[in-house]
Design a protein around this ligand. Structure first.
Ligand code: NAD
Length: 499
């Protein structure tokens, strides 16, 4: 399918992203010697080495943060329109390098071309929308008890923002923080997941440097938990945005709390997909299969529990089985497939364990349940019940657990029976019922007659409960998220007091 693959071409043909620029190095404003042992990046579909990136150490993180803090002062003082120009140039560089970037995303994340295109277009959208943030008012003029004194509340940059990201959509999930943070006058230290430091780090370093971002304003730190914790605890980092698991999010939140920092946590999910008895079952099965199998289920908003009213459950399971069995699984870089590989072997084993322990607890295998290497077959489980692993835990694999509900009220009760609250969906022929259910779903994002995976640059993206701490990404909220309030009063003559 990709006979003339860009990545297989000579390195110099890859232009901006040529490994000859970044291989074995770390970006601290320019490409420099690795502080820690370099990291090997492995293609999940084949196990082949895609590249080697430089790594950070806790000490080099502290230096990166200090460099970012120094560079932030001038960047924050620039006219917002000048910052915006850098972001627009970065967006156009992503457009110019579209095909090269699609191939890097496909190979590094193991996703389909369609997933890579969604990710890249979304990333360009994040830049374009962030570039327009300066049209937002910078604050308010407040009532002043002294008419000679002006009282203003204004939004000012936080300073240095630490951004920690996962491996499933590394470019997009980095950019949704990096772009608005830069637009609002902050410097950024980005720590991508060690499995995806090329599209999650190298690409951002290269496009921003080429777009004219002043040296030092963006720093990349590569590494695992020790590097992440060094970033969270560095004194000059005033805000952390973290996207990842709830388990690690709790730790990041705890450390940020100890160091009195703002923290935005975007965490896991177990999103309910409700099918009521009047739903169009064919459309529901199509949406349900997409919601559970897209990118092998490795999406925070994946449809994690299909809650189906009893009298339509068998035809729904049959429609889902038929789809699961027809979907082709393989290497998306080389073949036309519907599902690619799982990110690593440990995660394949975890998915399989959740499936087999649920079967042992009484669930019914309707489709799938097998794997070969990194390739897990789309799996449908029937008769799943509360207390089974497939009901209780985020699977992050291509598994659709189907749970029977007795009626609409029971479906709603099951849907809200989770500590998470990221996304939710309901399928019904009645808009009235759809609205009635949607209003009572406890989730940050709710869809009527759709599935649970959806995101756009301008929506308030985020979750409730253990899916997040109330932060929201998107242009509706970014101007607030990435700044802090300052109250300023201004008088032409010095104030006088009885003392
Ligand atoms: P993870 O929590 O294991 O890792 C995420 C990032 O945290 C990585 O960069 C990792 O190196 C870093 N990290 C690990 N330990 C750390 C520590 N102690 N301190 C600081 N950083 C640390 O998550 P993952 O397995 O890479 O990603 C999958 C999870 O992310 C799923 O739970 C998924 O639902 C969630 N997710 C959420 C969203 C969202 O927007 N809500 C989006 C994508 C993924």
């Amino acid at each position: 399918m990709h006979d003339d693959a860009v990545i297989d071409r000579p390195l110099e043909a890859q232009g901006l992203f040529s490994p000859s620029v970044w291989s074995g190095r770390i970006f601290n404003g320019k490409w420099s010697e690795s502080a820690g042992d370099p990291l090997t990046v492995v293609e999940p579909a084949t196990g082949a080495t895609l590249g080697v990136v430089g790594a950070s150490t806790p000490a080099s993180v502290a230096e990166a943060v200090s460099r970012a803090a120094r560079a932030q002062e001038a960047w924050g003082d620039l006219a917002a329109t000048d910052r915006s120009r850098v972001l627009r140039k970065a967006a156009s560089l992503l457009e110019d390098n579209y095909d090269t970037l699609i191939e890097w995303i496909v190979r590094e994340t193991g996703g389909l071309r369609a997933k890579a295109e969604t990710e890249l277009k979304g990333t360009i959208g994040e830049l374009e929308h962030s570039a327009a943030l300066f049209i937002e008012p910078e604050g308010n003029v407040l009532h002043s008890p002294d008419p000679q004194r002006l009282s203003i509340a204004r939004r000012v940059p936080l300073g240095v923002i630490g951004v920690i990201t996962p491996w499933n959509f590394p470019l997009l999930l980095a950019m949704r923080s990096v772009a608005p943070a830069l637009a609002m006058g902050n410097a950024v230290v980005l720590k991508p997941d060690p499995q995806t430091p090329i599209t999650g780090g190298v690409v951002l370093a290269q496009i921003f440097a080429e777009a004219g971002l002043p040296e030092g304003v963006l720093q990349i730190c590569n590494g695992g938990a020790d590097v992440g914790e060094a970033l969270v605890t560095a004194a000059e980092v005033r805000m952390i945005t973290f996207t990842g698991s709830t388990r690690v999010g709790r730790r990041v939140g705890e450390l940020a709390g100890q160091h009195v920092k703002k923290v935005a946590l975007e965490l896991g999910g177990k999103s309910p997909f409700i099918v009521l008895d009047d739903a169009d079952l064919d459309a529901a099965a199509s949406a349900g299969a997409w919601g559970s199998f897209l990118h092998q289920g490795q999406i925070c908003m994946a449809s994690g529990r299909h809650i189906v009213v009893r009298n339509v459950v068998e035809p729904y399971l049959e429609a889902l089985r038929e789809r699961a069995e027809r979907l082709k699984v393989g290497n998306p870089f080389r073949e036309e497939v519907a599902l690619g590989p799982i990110i690593n072997r440990r995660q394949v084993e975890r998915v399989h364990e959740l499936v087999t322990t649920s079967l042992a607890a009484g669930a019914r295998l309707v489709a799938g349940g097998q794997y070969e290497g990194a390739f897990y077959r789309p799996t449908v489980l029937g008769d799943v019940q509360p207390g089974m692993p497939a009901y209780d835990h985020e699977i992050f694999g291509p598994v659709a657990p189907v749970i029977i509900a007795e009626n609409e009220d029971h479906a709603l009760k099951l849907a809200n029976d989770t500590e998470y609250g990221l996304s939710a969906a309901v399928q019904t022929a009645s808009l009235e019922r759809g609205l009635r259910v949607a209003r009572r779903l406890r989730a940050g994002m709710v869809h009527i007659n759709d599935q649970t995976i959806s995101d756009l640059p301008w929506i308030p993206m985020g979750g409730m409960g253990q899916s997040g701490n109330g932060s929201r990404f998107g242009t509706t909220t970014n101007a607030e998220e990435f700044t802090q309030w300052q109250w300023m009063t201004v008088g032409g003559t010095p104030a006088r007091y009885p003392f």
